[in-house]
Each structure stands twice: as structure tokens, then as C-alpha cells.
Design a binder for this molecule. Structure first.
Ligand code: GLN
Ligand code: ZN
Length: 773
């Protein structure tokens, strides 16, 4: 009996983000395509080598991408959108980067709210959107009636040949045809992209035949949409699709991940494929039924090691769970991480920023390979053969569980003793609104911004110098105070009603708070690809969260001292901090959220005590935390809204709490947004031409709203008229005395000149609205 191991995919960037550096050098014209390809080949070779050295039975090929694996499939199946009007002279790689980055050289890329936007003045790049519930963004294929598919790129076959030449056993990975179509977007209204399936399948069969001819035995076909609530027509299409693919007579491993199969479980087990991979971390309760349903001759690949988090696996527990399967399935059992390791850092065991104790609790992608190897050997050769490794893992788990760094009795006590009504403001909104109107005496259609002002090169240089200890703390703080003074002065000159300090001192809206909270750690090299060449280093939330000292009070109070106008305090909310970190797996996320909420609550009340009357708690990530299965939404939204309210409810009636969100779909969670009970919510709406607000209106959203009047992702300066028009449209569905005037999001990715012009027009628009009302 030989149990096999494999992975669904591996990180691409390299430990030092070599791919990022090579890409950006290529885009700047400093290295040629050939040199870039060389860098890519070296990374693939290194990463395959790591897989082989860990004893995996295959190396995975096809997970590499110069920008995004979905974009690879667009070229693979020859469906580059016609709107790019390629001449045929461009190289495939040049076209690829055009799809990803837009046409003209003037490239405007910004990120806000952690979602990315790339536009170009000529032809906009493909849209980017989040890959399921991860923070990875893929390029959205565009489909219409004219879309046709052919096998158009030799890249995958080339990489297969490359790996085989290096002596590897190769398992290529493809996105399955249904997931590929699902991820795309119909470019014409009413077009059903599922109708493209019949045309797409022959291209897949072609490819499978060529892979087979190249000596490939197994192909992994990813269909993560089997973990979603799919429309019936999509579910029905699976059987037909896989019958067609099966004609190529290659062994297909159908891979599902991130979610529960539920209704699709028996379908997944019945499809004419040679094997099925399931995510036993996200859907542990389904392991048994899949083992029962999946015919014994088919391979069952169990995603047993968490591919979405960075904690060292509990190998004893894994072996216990696997034992009954080993008996029943023997050699048709494969072991794998739950999903592609794209979502974890490459290596953490020697990360310079993490202390050795904490480091010992972590596993990045390459350490997860080692965990698989230990499990495999324990099952194939007996636990005695790997007794040392099992013991080390056991010790790490025990040490983590027992460590005083993880548990803080004061935090536990506080959570336990939290009064029932800690998540309730003293009075209902109407009462608060009246008191706040009286206190702030703002004009109708008050103007404000979302928090950040341009993060200029000087600001970034000062922070970098400070971090390198070249700039002493005093010098750094003086530089930041100067930036704050500048921002205040600008806003006063523009005549904005509620000011912000501008967030100059913040590197990142989560990291800034994480660094000041107990329970968080930061890696030196824990990079995870977000999109293209952009990587993020999510904080590691390892222990009970508490606030050591005020985090923003001094900056905000200083900013307030410079002006008579209200200065809005600016905080990141508990769900966003949770969502953009690697979160501990030894307690419920809801409890961790509650701990963060209490820390933020302390900051809120301290700001109030320091005389700050308006406080914004940003929650841009609240929507992306939604579970993939609808049936789980309620539970999540309940505790998420409660965590927000805990953070916001420690203040007086006349203190005004704002929140901000910028994911553009809210209509399906309006009751929960209302339940957050922020006095004011500012949202991204300008790109939907205020259409988004209709839902708020129909729902009779009770509190005040600032619908963004211009898109901050472009340097374009909006005109007064267009903003007046948008606000008038807003007034048709929202009571005008509930409306604020503000941009869509923070301005950190903008330059000052366009920021000034845009805000000048925005303030003028508000004046005209007041005059007309
Ligand atoms: N206050 C933050 C800013 O203005 C909000 C950013 C966000 O929505 N992601 O930058
Ligand atoms: Zn935003």
C-alpha cells in the first residue's frame, strides 16, 4: 500500500519576491521578455525541486503565472477579448500584460480597501476580482456571443516539458471548464455564459490529449465552484462536461476546495473522473460521506493540511482522522494541503522578524510539504519511522496551547463579563441624531473625506528611514505632524466641514493597528500574492488581543488642536483587522473579533475623552468575510455586526460614529448594515451612478449616508455638475437631511493636485445643493 502526496499549487513569487522584482523590471523596460522568462523558469525549477525533495509523488505544473492563473487560461483557450484589438504583431507575453494592465503606457494602479483596480486611459485592463473568499485577485475573463475557444497557447505544454526534462513526475493543473466560465463575466446583458460550454469543451479535450501525448498520466482539474450555491443549470452541466473530458482518457483529479460540497457532494463523487480532492479543513464533516460515496477504485485526495492558514498542523490528529480511510481505501488515498498553497507565505521557519518561539508554531508552504511527507511516511512505513518528526510537531502544538503568550486572563475576564448591552448605544438613532445636529451644527449636505490623503514619496521615504533607524523618532514625528498640518490647512482652505488628519503616519490600515496591539506578530518575508506583482504580508494574529496604550489619540488630538472644525478620528474596525490577518485557529473567529472589538472600543472612548466628537471605524472587509455558502451568512453577519457595535457603543449620544465600506455590493446585506447602527455610513457608489442607493432607499435605511460622489481610483477631476447630479439622484431615494457628500474612498493613492481640484469641486457641489434645497 502506497499513499501518495501532492499539492494543488505552490506560491509563485519566491522567498524574496524575485518574480515581483523581475516583473517590475520588465515593465520598466529594464529586462527583456527572455530575461523575465529566465527568471520564471528558475523559480519554477526551484519550487519543483522543493516539491520533489519533500517526497511528493508529483510536482504540480501550471500553477505558475506571470500575473494570474485565470489570465493564463484566457490565453490557453484563445479567448482574449476582441476589444483589445491586438494586431497579431505582439508577443503572447506582451498581450498577456496588456490584458492585465491595460493598453497605454500611462498606468494607473491603485488599491483601496485591499481590492485592486487597474485602468489605463486607452483600454482598460481586464477587471480584477477576488478569488472566492481569498485576498487573491484574478483577472476576469470577458465573454459574449462572439467568444470562441481554441487551444492557443503552448505555455502549459512547455512547462510540462520543462518539468519532465528535469526528471519530475508531473501533474498539470487546470481550472475546470465550468469554474472558468463561472469566473468570467458576460459582456452583454442577458448573455448566459454557460451557453459557451459546448464550444469550450473541445479545447479542453484537445489540451488533455496533448498532455497525454506528452506523457502525463494525471491532470488536476479545479472546480471550486462545487462549493458554492450553484444555479441548477450549472449543476446539471457538470455531468455532460466531464463525460466529454473523459473521452481524452487521461486520469482526472477533480479538485474542490474552500467550502462544503453539500448538495453537490454526490454529484462530485459520481462524475466520470479518476479522483476527487476535497478540503477536509473547511469541510471536515464531509470527509466521512465522501469516503462512503466515492467508489473504491477512485482516488480520494484528502486536503488535510490547512492551505489557508499558517499554523503548524496537528499531525497526531491528522493521523487519527486518516486511519479509518487508510484501512478502507489503501492505495487510492492521497494526501494534500486543503487548497493551493498560493495563499500562504513560502517559508516561515527562519523568518527574521518572528521570534523563535512563535516561529516554531508556524508552517509556510514549504513547511507544509514537510508535514505531508511526515504523514505519508507515518502511514506507509509506520509511525516509528517518523517518531522524531511527530514528536516535534506534538511538542510545538502543546507549547502553543500552553504558552502564556496566547492567553491573557484579563482579556478572557473582560469578554466573559461583558454586559449584555455592551453592543448598544445609549439612545436610539433619532435621539442621537438630534443631539449630534445640535452639537456640530453642520450645514445640510455636510462634506467630508474618507480618511487618507496622498501618501507622497516624502512620507514613504520618511517612514522607510524611520524603520531603518536612520531617522530618529522625533524627526519622524515632526515630519508626520507637518503632513498633518498641511492636510488640515488644505481642508480648511477648501471649506470641508468634517476634517481628517490624513493618515500620513499609517503604513497600512491593518498593520498600523496590529503593530500596536498585543496578540499580533509580523513577518519579514511572509509575502502572499494579492494580484500581479503586488504582495501583502498579513499580520499573524496569534494570541488574545488587547491594547497596550492609545494608538491614535495623540495624532488625532494634535490634528484637532490645529482647527476649530470637527476632526474625525480614524480607526480600522474589528472585522477588517480579522479579515486581513492570518487568524488563530484555536478559538472561534467570532471570539477573536470580539477581542479586537474591545481593543478598538478602548480607543474610541479615549478619542472621545480627548475631545474628538466624530469617530470613523472603517469596515471595508465586512462583506468579503461572507461565507461562500449562503446558509452560513446569517451567523457570520450577526457576530460581525455585533463586534462592530461593541467597538462603537462605548460613547455618548452626541459623539458621532461613522463607518466606511467600499465593496460595491450591499443590497443583499442591508438589514445587517443597518444593524451596525453607525450614525453615518460612507460607501463607494459613484461607479454605479448612485444606482446602489436605490436598495438603501427601498429598505428605508434608517441612519445617515455618504454615498461617494467620485471615484478615487482615477486622477480624473470630476466636475461640479456631475457631482450635483449624482447627489440629486441620491436625494430621490434617501431623505436629503440624511445625506453627506464625500469621495468613494481614501485618497492615499492620489496626488495632491488632482485631490485639491476634485475636492474643490466637491465642496462647490455641496454649496449648490444647499442653495437649491
Ligand atoms: N480610512 C481609510 C482610508 O481613507 C479607508 C480605506 C479603505 O476603505 N480601505 O484610506
Ligand atoms: Zn474604501
Amino acid at each position: 500500500m502506497m499513499i501518495k502526496t501532492h499539492i494543488l499549487g505552490y506560491p509563485r513569487m519566491g522567498l524574496q519576491r524575485e518574480l515581483k522584482l523581475a516583473l517590475e523590471r520588465h515593465w520598466r523596460g529594464e529586462i527583456s521578455e527572455q530575461q523575465l522568462e529566465q527568471a520564471g523558469a528558475e523559480l519554477r525549477q526551484r519550487h519543483w525541486g522543493q516539491q520533489r525533495d519533500a517526497g511528493l509523488d508529483f510536482v504540480t505544473v501550471g500553477d505558475f503565472a506571470y500575473y494570474d492563473h485565470v489570465a493564463n487560461h484566457i490565453q490557453l483557450f484563445g479567448c482574449e477579448p476582441a476589444r483589445f484589438e491586438f494586431s497579431g504583431q505582439e508577443s503572447a507575453l506582451a498581450r498577456y500584460f496588456t490584458l492585465a494592465r491595460g493598453v497605454v503606457s500611462e498606468q494607473i494602479t491603485g488599491t483601496c480597501c485591499n481590492h485592486a483596480h487597474a485602468t489605463a486611459a486607452g483600454k482598460p485592463a481586464l477587471e480584477m476580482t477576488k478569488w472566492f473568499d481569498t485576498n487573491y485577485h484574478y483577472l476576469v475573463p470577458e465573454f459574449d456571443h462572439a467568444t470562441a475557444f481554441t487551444l492557443a497557447s503552448g505555455r502549459l505544454l512547455g512547462e510540462v516539458a520543462e518539468a519532465r526534462a528535469l526528471g519530475h513526475a508531473v501533474k498539470p493543473v487546470l481550472i475546470g471548464p465550468l469554474t472558468f466560465l463561472w469566473l468570467g463575466k458576460a459582456k452583454v446583458e442577458g448573455f448566459d455564459r454557460l451557453t459557451l460550454l459546448e464550444q469550450l469543451l473541445p479545447a479542453y479535450v484537445d489540451l488533455l490529449l496533448q498532455l497525454k501525448a506528452a506523457g502525463v498520466e494525471w491532470v488536476q482539474v479545479d472546480e471550486p465552484i462545487l462549493g458554492l450555491d450553484l444555479p441548477g443549470s450549472w449543476v446539471l452541466a457538470f455531468e455532460r462536461a466531464y463525460h466529454t473530458l473523459n473521452t481524452a482518457q487521461v486520469s482526472l483529479l477533480l479538485a474542490t476546495y474552500f467550502s462544503q460540497l453539500q448538495d453537490n457532494l454526490s454529484l462530485a463523487c459520481k462524475l466520470p473522473v479518476a479522483g476527487l480532492h476535497i478540503d477536509a479543513v473547511r469541510a471536515p464533516e464531509e470527509l466521512q460521506s465522501v469516503a462512503d460515496w466515492l467508489p473504491g477504485h477512485k482516488v480520494l485526495s484528502v486536503g488535510i493540511v490547512d492551505g489557508r492558514n499558517i499554523w503548524r498542523a496537528d499531525l497526531d490528529k491528522a493521523l487519527q482522522r486518516l486511519a479509518p480511510l487508510v484501512e478502507r481505501r489503501g492505495a487510492t488515498l492521497w494526501l494534500a494541503p486543503s487548497c493551493s498553497l498560493l495563499h500562504t507565505p513560502l517559508r516561515l521557519c527562519d523568518d527574521a522578524s518572528i521570534d523563535p518561539e512563535l516561529r516554531g508554531w508556524l508552517a509556510g508552504a514549504s513547511e507544509k510539504l514537510d508535514e505531508l511527507r511526515v504523514l505519508q511516511r507515518a502511514l506507509n512505513e509506520g509511525e516509528d519511522e517518523v517518531a522524531g518528526a511527530l514528536l516535534a510537531a506534538r511538542n510545538a502544538i502543546t507549547a502553543r496551547a500552553a504558552s502564556p503568550r496566547v492567553r491573557n486572563p484579563a482579556v478572557a475576564r473582560r469578554v466573559a463579563q461583558l454586559p449584555q448591552d455592551a453592543d448598544r448605544r445609549t439612545s436610539a438613532f433619532a435621539v442621537r441624531q438630534a443631539r449630534q445636529k445640535q452639537r456640530f451644527a453642520l450645514p445640510s449636505f455636510p462634506t467630508t473625506t474618507i480618511g487618507s490623503f496622498p501618501q507622497t514619496a516624502e512620507i514613504r521615504a520618511a517612514r522607510a528611514a524611520y524603520k531603518r533607524k536612520e531617522l530618529p523618532q522625533q524627526g519622524y514625528e515632526a515630519a508626520m505632524r507637518k503632513e498633518i498640518a498641511h492636510a488640515v490647512q488644505q481642508q480648511e482652505a477648501l471649506g470641508i466641514d468634517v476634517l481628517v488628519h490624513g493618515e500620513a503616519e499609517r503604513n497600512d490600515m491593518v498593520e498600523y493597528f496590529g503593530e500596536q496591539l498585543d496578540g499580533f506578530a509580523f513577518t519579514a518575508n511572509g509575502w502572499v500574492q494579492s494580484y500581479g506583482s503586488r504582495c501583502v504580508k498579513p499580520p499573524v494574529l496569534f494570541g488574545d488581543v488587547s491594547r497596550r496604550a492609545p494608538m491614535t489619540v495623540a495624532w488625532t488630538a494634535h490634528a484637532q488642536s490645529l482647527t476649530d472644525r470637527p476632526m474625525k478620528g480614524m480607526l480600522t474596525g474589528p472585522i477588517t483587522i480579522l479579515q486581513w490577518s492570518f487568524v488563530r485557529d484555536d478559538q472561534a473567529r467570532s471570539l477573536t473579533a470580539e477581542q479586537i472589538a474591545l481593543a478598538i472600543r478602548d480607543e474610541v472612548t479615549d478619542l472621545e475623552a480627548a475631545g474628538i466628537g466624530i469617530i470613523q471605524i472603517d469596515e471595508p472587509a465586512i462583506r468579503e468575510g461572507l461565507p461562500l455558502r449562503r446558509a452560513r451568512w446569517d451567523d457570520y453577519l450577526k457576530w460581525a455586526a455585533r463586534a462592530f457595535r461593541i467597538s462603537a457603543s462605548g460613547v455618548r449620544d452626541d459623539t458621532q460614529v461613522h463607518t466606511h465600506m467600499c465593496y460595491s455590493e450591499f443590497n443583499d446585506i442591508l438589514p445587517e448594515l443597518a444593524a451596525m447602527d453607525a450614525d453615518v455610513i460612507t460607501i463607494e457608489t459613484s461607479r454605479s451612478d448612485m444606482e446602489l442607493l436605490r436598495g438603501f432607499g427601498a429598505f428605508k435605511y434608517p441612519n445617515e449616508i455618504g454615498p461617494g460622489v467620485y471615484d478615487i481610483h482615477s486622477p480624473r477631476v470630476p466636475t461640479v455638475e456631475e457631482m450635483v447630479r449624482l447627489m440629486k439622484k441620491a436625494s430621490e431615494v434617501i431623505p436629503p437631511h440624511h445625506l453627506w457628500v464625500n469621495p468613494d474612498c481614501g485618497l492615499k493613492t492620489r496626488g495632491w493636485p488632482e485631490t485639491q481640484s476634485a475636492l474643490r469641486n466637491m465642496v462647490e457641489a455641496a454649496r449648490q445643493l444647499r442653495a437649491a434645497s
